[in-house]
Design a protein around this ligand. Structure first.
Ligand code: FAD
Length: 309
């Protein structure tokens, strides 16, 4: 990555956390171009999009957008949204799990209450046979997020897993520890701005670490999601699995809504399990800006389409 792109990415990631900009942006609904990455603002809209994906043989994990909340009242409201979402998944009989962010449940404000909110959601999800993935946020929350999942597993709630980010130096240890406890994991490269002393900087190093994590999980037989749009990583995974006769049912590919859709459809047609991460809700701004930061060309795409409208 050249210096200009690095700087641009860093500016976008800083903007993703800016509340004032978020408030202004969200007032304009999804018109700013976020519609490409966000399925809608309401439950009805997201159900329609998920049903469309299911018809193409692609399942979903639905994320009700919202992060960095400021009060436990907000956290309670988000929990209620997730409970409604779970009932809606059951009612519409769509093939979907859910993804949630621990800070959205109040983890940074009141860890005990945040844990209780997550447990309530996982319990309702279990009733509907839905899997819950606890997304991984930035590094101040890595230990607590892993801790929540382990605690829920100890309580017998097995329909919950989490995410491990290959850019963190610690990740192979985390993967090994969680694999021993048969925790379902999603492996990603990592989307946040992290300090140099704890994270790999170079794409080459992140990619190598991701391959190591994928290999460890595929060898273990514990169900794993490989969440990447990187064609080289996907090809490598397919080859690794086929050379070792690892069943295509033992893992799945996950990609984001609005990103690499032809690739998602092609893999599904080839018999791989594919799940699309489908976000919805009014608080779409930080999620949208992180998607732009991942690929600065997206900014040009959005600007061009915006001008035309
Ligand atoms: P990259 O090397 O970044 O990209 C490879 C290629 O993919 C690019 O050349 C480009 O063609 C395409 N591409 C990648 N991103 C985009 C984009 N936004 N728009 C258009 N094309 C793109 N990160 C976390 O930190 N925590 C999480 O919980 C988390 N959950 C995730 C769940 C899913 C299902 C996915 C797919 C990603 C998740 N991520 C999460 C984000 C992840 O960490 C990466 O930031 C993101 O996936 C980009 O990395 P990549 O593996 O696609 O590879």
């Amino acid at each position: 990555m050249d210096l200009g792109t690095k700087l641009f990415r860093s500016v976008l990631l800083t903007m993703a956390g800016n509340r004032a900009v978020a408030a202004v942006a969200q007032r304009y609904g999804l018109k700013l171009g976020a519609r490409r990455f966000v399925a809608g603002e309401t439950l009805e809209e997201v159900m329609m999009e998920v049903a469309k994906l299911n018809r193409k043989g692609i399942s979903a994990t639905i994320d009700h957008l919202g992060e960095g909340i400021r009060s436990m009242t907000e956290a309670e409201a988000f929990k209620q949204e997730y409970l409604k979402l779970l009932d809606c998944i059951q009612e519409h009989k769509v093939e979907a799990g859910i993804s949630l962010k621990p800070t959205q449940m109040g983890l940074s404000l009141d860890p005990d209450a945040g844990f209780t909110h997550i447990r309530d959601i996982v319990q309702r999800a279990r009733k509907h046979q839905v899997f819950v993935c606890i997304d991984m946020e930035n590094s101040p929350y890595t230990d607590s997020t892993i801790g929540i999942v382990q605690k829920l597993h100890k309580e017998g709630l097995r329909n919950v897993g989490t995410v491990i980010q290959a850019y963190l130096h610690r990740s192979l240890d985390d993967v090994n520890q969680l694999t021993n406890k048969a925790v379902v994991l999603r492996l990603v490269k990592g989307a946040y701005k992290e300090p140099n002393n704890i994270a790999f900087r170079l794409k080459r190093d992140v990619d190598e670490n991701l391959k190591q994590l994928i290999a460890a999980r595929l060898d273990s037989g514990v169900y794993t999601a490989i969440a990447s749009h990187d064609a080289a990583i996907i090809d490598w995974t397919c080859t690794y699995a086929s050379e070792r006769r690892i069943s295509r049912q033992a893992f799945e590919f996950q990609m984001l809504y609005g990103v690499a859709s032809p690739l998602q459809e092609r893999l599904a047609k080839q018999g791989y399990k594919v799940r699309c991460y489908v976000p919805y809700g009014r608080k779409w701004y930080p999620y949208f800006v992180r998607r732009l930061a991942e690929r600065p060309a997206n900014v040009m795409f959005i600007l061009k389409n915006w001008r035309v409208r």
